[in-house]
Design a protein around this ligand. Structure first.
Ligand code: ATP
Length: 377
């Protein structure tokens, strides 16, 4: 059993993007030092990379969350990305130490060890915190030992060399591979790979919508007892085949097309997720709760600004079926006003939802009889 006093590891870096080298170092540190958890701490602006073109913090944090979700002892700290400006490790580690009230081990790769004495307030950092150093292919083991001995002698730093399996991968190399259209499969977690591909294809403005749909779908899933990870995955891929120049035809077809891409390009096999992607454009009769969530999150995400949005959003958060019935009725009205055909699937969805809500309404009628007064709820 892990004692509540067990130290936590904090792994700092740009994580642009997070890759298997990072995850393996963190897992080795967990085991070797019997840490209670490892927090990945993405930098906001790295002191030595101030002019570099770094992916926005929001995306790096989201990718880290996806990469670490399956390990209950991994977490993500936004202490640096929440704080504006240049990130100084000493400030962040002190904040986390105060927050967690426990010893902290700072985790870093061997390439960083040789630079650490040049970091801001290095003396304080190296006297107050212990280090765990991961091996990177290319780092000379003898040199690392000498550097560690020097720091121990000068600052009394506790330094543990990690015996991680060296993985020859860096974020720089991965970004170059993606730019050249080369595969990064098996080098980064699958979800992160999908995230990066959707982000690349959609571009900043459209991807901002996708992220809002992901957030809302995930929180609605939590609220209505569905799987938030499935909701987020379906939301991530829902517009993958949307073509802004594709007109009405693509407006209807991009749902089914995206479901095919999800299956064929990204190996998504879960039928509920595929259906949530497939039917998010029109709806259909017999939608599952996951399908309703993705459909509604897409329609009422916070970036949407049409007239009745606040009221509709409120209804969707209260009751999925009721929200969906109202959203579909508005969609029908809108299409008719524009002189566009209403898809038979949309009409079937409206009829189906009416049927599903009927039993509740009948219950209301019995209620009137029993108590002899009208229930206005
Ligand atoms: P970049 O290529 O952009 O510099 P990177 O792959 O080195 O990125 P960072 O986010 O800068 O990744 O690294 C965060 C921390 O992880 C650093 O301490 C770095 O030394 C360590 N690290 C990165 N890749 C590996 C790897 N393959 N093996 C061990 N440690 C690694």
């Amino acid at each position: 059993m892990i004692s509540s006093k067990a130290r936590i590891g904090v792994f700092g870096g740009s994580f642009d993007p997070v890759h298997l080298g990072h995850l393996l170092v963190a897992e080795t540190a967990l085991e070797q030092l019997a840490l209670s958890q490892v927090l990945f701490m993405p930098t906001n602006i790295q002191p030595f990379k101030q002019d570099a073109n770094v992916t926005p913090a929001d995306d790096r944090v989201r990718m880290l969350r996806m990469a670490t979700k399956s390990n209950p002892r991994f977490g993500v700290s936004t202490v640096e990305t929440d704080r504006a400006g240049v990130s100084y490790t000493i400030d962040s580690l002190r904040t986390l130490q105060a927050q967690y009230g426990t010893g902290i081990v700072f985790i870093l790769g061997a390439d960083m060890l040789k630079m650490i004495s040049q970091w801001s307030r290095a003396q304080e950092l190296l006297t107050e915190f212990s280090l765990a150093v991961g091996i990177r292919p290319g780092s000379d083991e003898k040199e690392v030992t000498i550097q560690a001995d020097d720091l121990r002698a000068k600052y009394g730093t506790m330094i543990t060399p990690l015996d991680n399996i060296p993985i020859h991968v860096s974020s720089t190399e991965l970004r170059a591979r993606m730019k050249n259209g080369e595969s990064v499969r098996y080098l980064i977690p699958d979800l992160v790979r999908i995230y990066l591909e959707v982000r690349r294809k959609e571009g900043e403005r459209r991807f901002a919508h996708t992220k809002r749909v992901m957030d809302l779908a995930e929180s609605m899933a939590g609220r209505f007892g569905e799987d938030p990870e499935k909701a987020a995955l379906a939301a991530l891929l829902h517009d993958y085949e949307k073509d802004p120049a594709g007109g009405v035809e693509n407006d209807l077809a991009h749902g089914p097309m995206a479901a095919e891409a999800a299956r064929n390009l990204f190996a998504v096999e879960d039928e509920d997720v595929l259906n949530a992607i497939r039917w998010h454009t029109t709806g259909r009769a017999g939608m599952s709760r996951l399908e309703l969530i993705v459909f509604l999150a897409d329609t009422v995400e916070p970036g949407r600004t049409y007239d009745s949005i606040d009221k509709l959003r409120g209804h969707c958060l209260e009751d999925l079926e009721r929200g969906a019935a109202q959203v579909l009725a508005e969609l029908k009205k809108y299409l008719e006003k524009k002189g566009l055909d209403v898809s038979p699937d949309t009409l079937a969805a409206i009829a189906d939802l009416k049927g599903r809500r009927q039993p509740q309404q009948q219950k209301g009628i019995r209620h009137i009889g029993l108590f002899g007064r009208r229930n206005n709820d």
